[in-house]
Structure formats: structure tokens, C-alpha cells
Design a protein. Structure first.
Length: 317
């Protein structure tokens, strides 16, 4: 049976990430992973009812989204945690590689871009630390690979797994409207609707933001809150707008910039970086020189994160 070249590349990338995950994940025992390990170990006892298990999940991770809870509950029946996450990392890498190969211009740069993505600091953080965002991102990628009702369902599951992913779903649909030759009033209404929904999300997340602000400050030594967080996050948003010479990335990035003031540039900056990368691929279909420099920098930055995991059991040490 002949295997498509794109599938072969995706399989090879996924195998590399699987080997990496199986060796590094058991070493990550502090920081965020301390809470994720406690959740996986203590919240699924058979003696607990479903509501008690979910209450344990809420108290251990400070999260309300049910998606990650039910995925983990199912996995806990069959898999040890590190194996579960290693398999998840493999799935993420496979689908992400397929997505890149489907949208990146067909030249040698595609392989270089995949290498830069896999070694990217934010991708490594997603593999080793940001578990809920990882599962949300898996469904976001799947939604971009399918169509019709499957796309809507995948977007919905992504949001139920990590509510902040709606800040990436919104820009996707907004771009679909603004990039078409639609009536000016429809464009205005789309922008107003996006701002309204983003504002509503900020209000709904008020308590969540407060708890995460404390949690992230304690567990990741996040220094990028306040004005520093805004500056760091704005950097990616401005790069996206300048690179494609469009206002859409700026509009879509405003909610991320506001959230970064409270949650810091480490977590929200990751979403801003994803928005930046996808903006470039969506409009240009390949890396430009600015993106290449940024990608190169974050590949080198990942080295210290991995080193901290190996040495201290916490990438943010």
C-alpha cells in the first residue's frame, strides 16, 4: 500500500515527538504538572461519584471546562498519565503536520517550517505543560481539516476543553467574513459582533481570570503580567498586522492583549503567537523573513525550558 508523502512526513514527525515525550514527560513533576498529576491520580477513584470527581477537578486545576475532564476520565481507565499525554502529543503533531502540509506552499521550506514548529518553545510548552490548551488545540486543528457540521462540532469541543480557544475561533470566522466581498455593513456588524462576544467572554471569565492570575503567578513565576504582558503580546499581534498589511489581525488580537494584562504573556502570548503564525500561513502560504527570525529565536528558547525540566522537574524554574 502506497503512503502519501504528506502522511509519511506526519508519521515521522509524530514518532519523533512520541520518543521525546516518553523520555521527558516523566521528569516533569513540579509546577503545573504537580496539579495535573494530582488531578489524574486522585480525582477518578471509583468510590467518588461523577459530581465529586468533577468537583475534585475544579479544585485541583481551577477549571470549569468539562472537555479535558471527560477525556482524562476515559483515559485514566486504560492508561498511565505519561503514556496518555505522550499519545496525545503524537496525535497533536500528526494532525498539525498534515495541516501545515495542506496549506504551506509546496517547496523545501515546508519541512524546515515543520522542524521549527516542533522545536518551538510554545509547542514544547504545549507538549509538556499546557495540557488543557493542548487538547483544545487538537480539536482546533481537526476543525481546520474537516468541513460542514464536523467543523462546528470540533470548534465546540475545543471551546469546551479550554474556553480561551474561542479567542482563536472568533478570528477564523471574522477573517472568513472580512476577506470576502461582502457588504460594508455586514463587515461592520461582524466586527461589532466579535468585539461584543470578546467582551462577554472577558466578563464571564472574570472569576476565572482572578484565580488564574494567582495560580499562574505562583506556579510559573509569571513575570509578564500588567504592562509587560501587554507589550509582549502586542508584539505578535503587530507583527501579524505588519506582515500581511491588514487590520484583521489587530482587531482579532485586542482581546488577547487585554487578557495578557491579567494572565500574563506566557499563556496568552502563546495564543497570540499561534494567531501570528496562522495569519502568515493563511495569507502568504509560507514563512516570511520576520516569521523565520521569530521561529528561530523560539526554537533556541525551548532548549532552556527542556533543560529546566530535566534538571529541576519544572520548565519554568
Amino acid at each position: 500500500m502506497k503512503i502519501k508523502k504528506s502522511n509519511l512526513y506526519a508519521i515521522l514527525a509524530a514518532i519523533c515527538v512520541l520518543i521525546f515525550s516518553l523520555n521527558i514527560l516523566p521528569l516533569y513533576i513540579d509546577g503545573d504538572q504537580l496539579h495535573y498529576r494530582d488531578f489524574y491520580k486522585y480525582c477518578f477513584y471509583d468510590s467518588l461519584t461523577l459530581s465529586q470527581q468533577f468537583f475534585c477537578y475544579q479544585n485541583t486545576l481551577g477549571s470549569q471546562e468539562p472537555g479535558y475532564f471527560f477525556i482524562s476520565k476515559l483515559a485514566s481507565i486504560y492508561l498511565e498519565k505519561d503514556i496518555f499525554i505522550a499519545i496525545s502529543n503524537t496525535i497533536l503533531t500528526f494532525f498539525m503536520t498534515i495541516l501545515i502540509l495542506n496549506h504551506y506552499q509546496k517547496n523545501w521550506q515546508r519541512i524546515a517550517f515543520i522542524v521549527l514548529i516542533i522545536t518551538n518553545y510554545y509547542f514544547i510548552v504545549m507538549l509538556l505543560s499546557a495540557e488543557r490548551l493542548k487538547f483544545s488545540f487538537i480539536f482546533l486543528i481537526i476543525s481546520l481539516l474537516v468541513s460542514g457540521n464536523k467543523k462546528i462540532i470540533s470548534f465546540g469541543v475545543a471551546t469546551l476543553t479550554h474556553i480561551q480557544s474561542i479567542l482563536l475561533v472568533g478570528p477564523y470566522y471574522l477573517a472568513q467574513v472580512l476577506d470576502k466581498k461582502t457588504n460594508i455593513w455586514i463587515r461592520v456588524l461582524a466586527i461589532i459582533g466579535f468585539i461584543f462576544l470578546s467582551s462577554a467572554l472577558l466578563i464571564l471569565l472574570n472569576e476565572h481570570i482572578s484565580s488564574k492570575f494567582t495560580s499562574y503567578s505562583d506556579s510559573t513565576n509569571e513575570a509578564g503580567t500588567g504592562v509587560i504582558g501587554v507589550i509582549k503580546t502586542s508584539f505578535f499581534i503587530l507583527l501579524a498586522g505588519i506582515s500581511v498589511r491588514k487590520i484583521i489581525p489587530i482587531i482579532c488580537g485586542i482581546p488577547l492583549i487585554l487578557l495578557s494584562y491579567f494572565l500574563g504573556s506566557e499563556r496568552i502570548g502563546m495564543l497570540a503567537f499561534i494567531l501570528y503564525v496562522f495569519t502568515i500561513l493563511y495569507y502568504k502560504g509560507k514563512m516570511d523573513i520576520l516569521l523565520f527570525i521569530v521561529m528561530l529565536y523560539f526554537s533556541f528558547k525551548s532548549i532552556s525550558f527542556i533543560s529546566n525540566v530535566i534538571t529541576y522537574g519544572n520548565g519554568y524554574y
